[in-house]
Design a binder for this molecule. Structure first.
Ligand code: UD1
Length: 399
């Protein structure tokens, strides 16, 4: 091809940034690809967005849509309206969406209607639980995508069951692990544990500081799923869980804006403040959070990505959900599902502090090279069949 290919990657919410960073790096190495980043603005607070661009050395987005919060329909629709204008102006050869947030589905739908090819990174994951908004986003995005890049074997099986042509499916590994491997050493230098435990510091926080709060002496928590935090009785259960584990060690809880809001609305702030050993902090940047994950005794979470990161880091993880779309983290990794059962979570945490946990290994292809594989597949596909791939494009936009 004589002209450069134009690819647009979409980021919107916090878990997207660490996935697009390695892709950006991989595309930058290919002369024939021009890569733009569009930020929908689904997440907009500095600590939910900008800090990740800094930590991950991502360039400022080429376009910022400033969509903000809203109901699902409002947020999705606003992204579609604004993204359509970008596509009309830029006329890319391909858009790349990652993960399962509202911005992911909104942009794939917009591009598909304009006959622009879509690549979905982290395709095929299924919780089989349609009460999760992310499950709907995953299914719709996958059915619309032309390239489906998959992190684990279960994703390939799911996509084949859904009748997706094998030719579109590529098992490439996990771009989030690419970022983790790239920034692991830098994250070790973060001073976050020294800031959180000021009297003591941590052995890895600042070289030369002596540690009393040693690595593996605290529980790290993240919770933000609507199914866990949007109902008062569930937040009360979470409170009971915290009470049940407060004797084991510090509980570090970087709190998502959704969760903070709910705790305030439910009038539970003072009860959370009364949990012994609970260290509540604002959402953290990538390097600080990675530092805390690496040194945690155990992680309690309802996040998708953290199940994968903890498996890679060989840190025990209790997932406070009934299901996971990432079964490999249970089958070979450190992850265990516990739902919102106080007994289960507390007894698992106790076992972990007693030094008992299952043996785990790192899933196949989680080796830091997923983004390179994706870039290679895309580059080769466009080289080999430029017209076939990009014929979807121009007519519709250039009537
Ligand atoms: C979204 C994703 C979820 C992902 C999570 C990571 C969807 C459906 N959900 O959930 O998959 O795991 O991001 O964080 O796309 N808010 C702020 N500041 C911000 C962003 C949000 O205060 O920068 C508040 C808003 O008041 C908003 C609430 O948090 O109402 C929830 O934000 P939203 O983007 O709707 O969903 P998340 O719960 O963050």
């Amino acid at each position: 091809m004589n002209r450069k290919l134009k690819f647009i990657s979409v980021v919107g919410a916090r878990p997207n940034f660490m996935k697009v960073a390695p892709l950006h790096r991989a595309f930058s190495k290919i002369e024939s690809i021009e890569h733009l980043i569009v930020h929908t603005g689904q997440h907009y607070d500095n600590n939910m967005s900008k800090v990740f661009f800094d930590d991950l050395e991502l360039p400022k987005p080429d376009v910022y849509l400033g969509v903000g919060s809203g109901t699902h329909a409002e947020q999705t629709a606003k992204v579609m309206v604004e993204f359509e204008k970008v596509l009309a102006k830029e006329r890319p050869d391909l858009i790349i969406v990652v993960g399962d947030v509202n911005s992911t589905v909104a942009c794939s739908l917009t591009a598909s209607k304009l006959l622009i090819p879509v690549a979905h990174v982290e395709a095929g994951l299924r919780s089989f639980d349609r009460t999760m908004p992310e499950e709907i986003n995953r299914m719709v995005t996958d059915v619309l995508s032309d390239f489906l890049f998959v992190t684990e074997e279960s994703g390939v099986v799911n996509l084949k069951h859904e009748g997706i042509s094998e030719k579109k499916i590529f098992l490439v590994g996990d771009v989030m692990i690419d970022s983790l491997m790239m920034y692991r050493e830098k994250a070790k230098k973060s001073a976050i544990s020294y800031q959180l435990f000021p009297q003591t510091g941590s052995s890895t926080a600042i070289s030369g500081q002596q540690s009393e709060v040693s690595p593996r002496s605290y529980t790290l928590v993240t919770l933000h799923r609507p199914s866990n935090v949007d109902e008062k009785k569930n937040m009360e259960t979470i409170l009971k869980i915290f009470k049940g584990i407060e004797g084991l060690g510090k509980i570090v809880f970087p709190i998502h804006p959704r969760t903070r809001k709910r705790i305030e609305e439910f009038g539970l702030s003072s009860q959370f403040a009364g949990v012994k050993n609970l260290v509540l902090v604002d959402p953290l940047g990538y390097l600080d959070f990675l530092n805390l994950m690496m040194d945690a005794r155990i992680i309690l979470t309802d996040s998708g990505g953290i199940q994968e990161e903890s498996t890679f880091l060989n840190v025990p993880c209790i997932t406070m959900r009934e299901n996971t779309e990432r079964p490999v983290t249970i089958e070979v990794g450190t992850n265990v599902l516990a739902g919102l059962s106080v007994n289960k979570v507390v007894s698992l945490a106790e076992e972990c502090y007693a030094g008992k946990w299952k043996k785990s290994s790192v899933p196949e292809l989680w080796d830091g090279k997923a983004a390179e594989r994706i870039a290679e597949v895309l580059h080769n596909s466009f080289e080999e069949h430029p017209f076939v791939v990009s014929q979807k494009n121009t007519e519709e936009l250039n009537p």
